[in-house]
Design a protein. Structure first.
Length: 163
């Protein structure tokens, strides 16, 4: 009986170890397949680019801003969201409802006027768990001529606790 219990324990440990997420650092040219064939003409910037967390009560906050701008033309955003990098690939974390773009970035009907910056001032990552990692924010838009374009930018959230 002890041998069977030990064997089951070892099997469970093996599966647990294999099921754990492996975080790493993406290569510079490693981007999600969804974005590879779209012209990258929407500028995306995060400030800061590397975000250290603070802890407030039982929650960790990685506080940053995200800005978007299209110099080429007016554009209507048709999709946006974020990927997380783990297991050596970008994995879609969330594709946001378009109505949230107006609320968070201050757009109207998901429309970006040419060369006008739009900023989500409090684009915070929050979690009760403490772990760092890479995210990639992406935006897909359509120009007045119907051309699909995109923009994306990575951001590194660290485990360098500030408080």
């Amino acid at each position: 009986m002890k041998a069977i219990t030990l064997l089951l324990f070892l099997i469970l440990c093996t599966f647990s170890a294999k099921a754990q997420v492996e975080y790493g650092t993406p290569e510079e040219n490693q981007i999600p397949t969804r974005l590879k064939n779209l012209p990258r003409t929407i500028m995306v910037n995060h400030f800061p680019q590397e975000v250290d967390p603070i802890k407030i009560e039982n929650t960790y906050y990685w506080k940053h801003t995200t800005s978007i701008l299209c110099k080429k033309s007016d554009v209507t955003i048709v999709e946006y969201g974020a990927y997380l990098f783990y297991n050596n690939t970008w994995n879609l974390r969330k594709s946001y409802p378009l109505k949230e773009l107006d609320k968070t970035f201050g757009t109207e009907q998901e429309f970006l006027a040419q060369s006008e910056p739009y900023t989500w001032a409090k684009n915070y990552r929050t979690d009760e768990r403490f772990f760092g990692g890479w995210a990639l924010w992406y935006f897909i838009g359509k120009t007045a001529t119907g051309e699909l374009i995109c923009g994306y930018k990575t951001i590194n959230t660290t485990t360098n606790l500030l408080n």
